[in-house]
Design a protein around this ligand. Structure first.
Ligand SMILES: Cc1cc2nc3c(=O)[nH]c(=O)nc-3n(C[C@H](O)[C@H](O)[C@H](O)COP(=O)(O)O)c2cc1C
Length: 357
């Protein structure tokens, strides 16, 4: 059975929800490690005051006993503490009493670059809030929690995954400049995975290529508009003799321009992927839009928002890469118990004679 994740939850609803199925039994989870990734996602230069309201923590509802997975669906929630200000506005059922708190009036001013216009048209909605609440990146918290679980599985076979922004100094300067202009900024992040042996992913089917799965997972994160594996776009300008990674007698490579993946399969080198994030669409100096209630020209919605979330993206992207590597590893090695999974991994490394570097 493949490892799968389903999530639910709106940005200002009561909670984010995740259900992981197919996880092997006997995997020890560390609550502090999961909460620490959730805290890393909330931090970072340029984040909004919302992050001071939220203190994300995982609450596990099923699938775990005394810190070990049971091999049954793992269900968890991360509560939205800000929901207390939105109990009327985000009530699941028709609310009782007078409107109070936030979200009481329909939003009719779609923001360029956000889900607002495409969302209301697609789903036939009268209130932009009905689109933006789920499109918001708030629910990346559920993905980060799932990524932390994936990292626990990968840690059992000594694979480590780490994401960080590229060129933090320049990024911070760009964020300062954006803030001074009441504008927003984007940036580039990089995720590296160490200890991945040759053989995860396949060329046999397009949807199972490891590079394709990683690109889809990263592209699936809000505001990511470009993904590179290894030297990516730069390779297009090189000659073949400059672009490929020569093979040495111990089967390692003289360079790693491929980012650790050839033909959709990990090749034993470090996995290196990058993602480009666009500047965030909610602007304090809004762009031109239209009031959907009147059809008249208007300025787009202004609401509390990050100036940049590139450092948060690094954490979300790390979780996405860890998730996809765990899925690809479990697809290859299987195992109803974590010991079965680790045993199959080790037997395979013995067969190919590969030493973790
Ligand atoms: C961690 C993270 C935080 C984000 N925070 C904001 C934000 O505060 N304001 C905003 O307008 N967009 C924010 N975004 C981006 C929007 O969610 C995204 O641009 C929007 O959903 C439209 O999707 P698209 O950019 O992929 O087309 C954030 C994205 C991420 C990954």
């Amino acid at each position: 059975m493949s490892i799968r994740l389903a999530t639910a939850g709106e940005s200002h609803g009561p909670a984010l929800v995740g259900i992981l199925t197919g996880l092997p039994a006997g995997l020890e989870l560390d609550r502090d490690a999961i909460d620490s990734d959730l805290a890393r996602r909330q931090a970072g230069y340029g984040r909004s005051p919302r992050q001071q309201i939220e203190q994300d923590r995982i609450e596990v509802l099923a699938g775990l006993r005394h810190g070990r997975t049971l091999g049954t669906p793992l269900a968890f929630v991360v509560r939205n503490l800000d929901h207390r200000n939105w109990t009327w506005g985000m009530s699941a059922w028709p609310p009782d009493g007078e409107p109070q708190g936030k979200g009481t009036r329909p939003v009719t001013l779609p923001r360029p670059g956000h889900a607002d216009l495409a969302g209301v048209l697609k789903y036939g909605l009268g209130d932009v809030r009905d689109a933006l609440e789920r499109a918001s990146a708030r629910h990346t918290a559920a993905h980060v929690a799932a990524g932390a679980v994936a990292k626990s599985l990968l840690a059992r076979v000594e694979v480590a995954v780490r994401g960080e922004p590229v060129d933090v100094e320049a990024l911070r300067q760009r964020i300062d400049a954006a803030r001074a202009e009441r504008d927003t900024a984007g940036g580039v992040i990089e995720v590296r995975a160490d200890g991945v042996p040759p053989g995860l992913g396949t060329y046999a089917a397009r949807e199972d290529r490891l590079d394709g799965r990683l690109a889809a997972a990263l592209m699936g994160i809000q505001a990511v508009k470009g993904v590179e594996i290894g030297d990516g776009f730069a390779l297009a300008g090189l000659f073949g003799s400059q672009a490929h990674d020569e093979i040495l007698t111990d089967l390692s490579r003289a360079s790693n321009r491929a980012g650790g993946i050839e033909a959709g399969i990990s090749n034993g080198e470090e996995i290196v992927v990058r993602a480009a994030m666009k500047p965030l669409p909610t602007l304090m100096k809004p762009l031109r839009s239209v009031d959907l209630a009147t059809g008249e020209p208007a300025q787009a919605l202004v609401e509390r928002s990050d100036v940049a979330a590139v450092e948060a993206l690094a954490v979300v992207a790390e979780a996405a890469v860890a998730w996809e590597l765990a899925v690809a590893a479990h697809d290859k090695f299987g195992g109803d118990s974590v010991d079965d999974f680790v045993g199959a991994w080790r037997a395979y490394l013995d067969r190919i004679g590969w030493q973790p570097r």
